[in-house]
Design a binder for this molecule. Structure first.
Ligand SMILES: *[C@@H]1O[C@H](CO)[C@@H](O)[C@H](O)[C@H]1NC(C)=O
Ligand SMILES: *[C@@H]1O[C@H](CO)[C@@H](O)[C@H](O)[C@H]1NC(C)=O
Length: 288
């Protein structure tokens, strides 16, 4: 179907925005979506032009670009019971440089912290920093419970100790954290009437979308970027992700695709030989 002039204009207008989203949000978050927990944040390679500059200048630019205050908010460990449990400190980052204030209904852009240290997500989500001045918006980045400094039970060791201590690490509790946090923050700032817009990528994008479903009165909109909202066993077949990855490789190079595909059979047949697993372990320098 031929595009109308209006549509063309729209797509022209949108393309830089989409690029920013892809560079600033998607790449770090798709890394973050991997199941392993980071001990250290992986290096972000999205901002290539900066890599060639001297480190001091890089740092200065980053500090200027991503200035925020770090604060803490006391949260209930369990939002859904009356049990007498200890509370924990939820860390959040806040920037009000461009906020036009409650009287002019300055919006609150809230990044839904996902599975990692919130500082790392904050300095790798350029999109919200880029658009905040245009909307006169405040930026807040609440950290997800059980990550970064927002650790129940006072330490990671205890928090991750067993199924009981870990039982409060759920998306439902994280959503309730956001809902209580936003409500309280708005009260403190007399900004009850300011609209809240949620942002998030990957799992955080799912949280942003679920916030709109579960707490529609809290936020007027959500941008769920690269969020696998339908990636559940009974909705999307489990092999769908692998099919997409395969077609990515195929699009770049058919021989790359074929070589990788043939390697699976080769690995399986070597693995089935006597001492085959040992051979593979040595060949690929595996840990065990
Ligand atoms: C889990 O760890 C907590 C904190 O150390 C402890 O009090 C509790 O007894 C443990 N529960 C189980 C089932 O091991
Ligand atoms: C709101 O103010 C109270 C009282 O000073 C404080 O305890 C709480 O942490 C503040 N809320 C937020 C979200 O900072």
């Amino acid at each position: 179907m031929p595009k109308t002039r209006q549509q063309n204009q729209n797509s022209l207008y949108l393309s830089p925005v989409i690029t920013i989203v892809i560079i600033s949000i998607l790449s770090p978050l798709s890394l973050a979506a991997q199941p392993s927990k980071f001990r250290r944040a992986p290096r972000f390679v999205g901002k290539l032009p900066h890599l060639t500059e001297p480190p001091q200048r890089q740092q200065r630019q980053q500090q200027q670009q991503y200035r925020y205050e770090t604060r803490y908010f006391e949260q209930r460990l369990d939002h859904f019971s009356f049990a007498d449990l200890p509370t924990f400190s939820q860390r959040y980052l806040i920037n009000t440089d461009h906020w036009v204030g409650p009287n002019r209904l300055g919006p609150i852009f809230l990044y839904c912290g996902n599975e990692g240290d919130i500082e790392w997500f904050a300095v790798n989500s350029g999109f919200v920093w880029d658009i905040a001045p245009r909307f006169g918006a405040m930026l807040v980045f609440p950290e997800h419970r059980y990550y970064g400094e927002s650790m129940p039970y006072g330490s990671t060791e205890v928090a991750y100790q067993n199924a009981t201590t870990l039982s409060y690490l759920t998306a439902e509790q994280a959503l309730a954290d956001f809902a209580v946090f936003i409500t309280n923050l708005k009260q403190n700032l007399s900004a009850e009437a300011s609209p809240v817009v949620l942002f998030g990528g990957s799992y955080g994008g799912m949280l942003a979308a679920w916030m709109r479903l579960k707490y529609p009165h809290i936020a007027i909109g959500a941008l769920a970027s690269s969020a696998p909202i339908l990636q559940f066993e009974d909705i999307v077949p489990p092999e769908t992700f692998y099919n997409i990855v395969s077609s990515d490789f195929k699009r770049e190079s058919a021989s790359c695709f074929n070589t990788i595909k043939e390697s699976w059979g080769e690995l399986v047949s070597v693995g089935q030989k006597e001492n085959g697993l040992l051979e593979l372990t040595k060949t690929f320098h595996l840990c065990r």
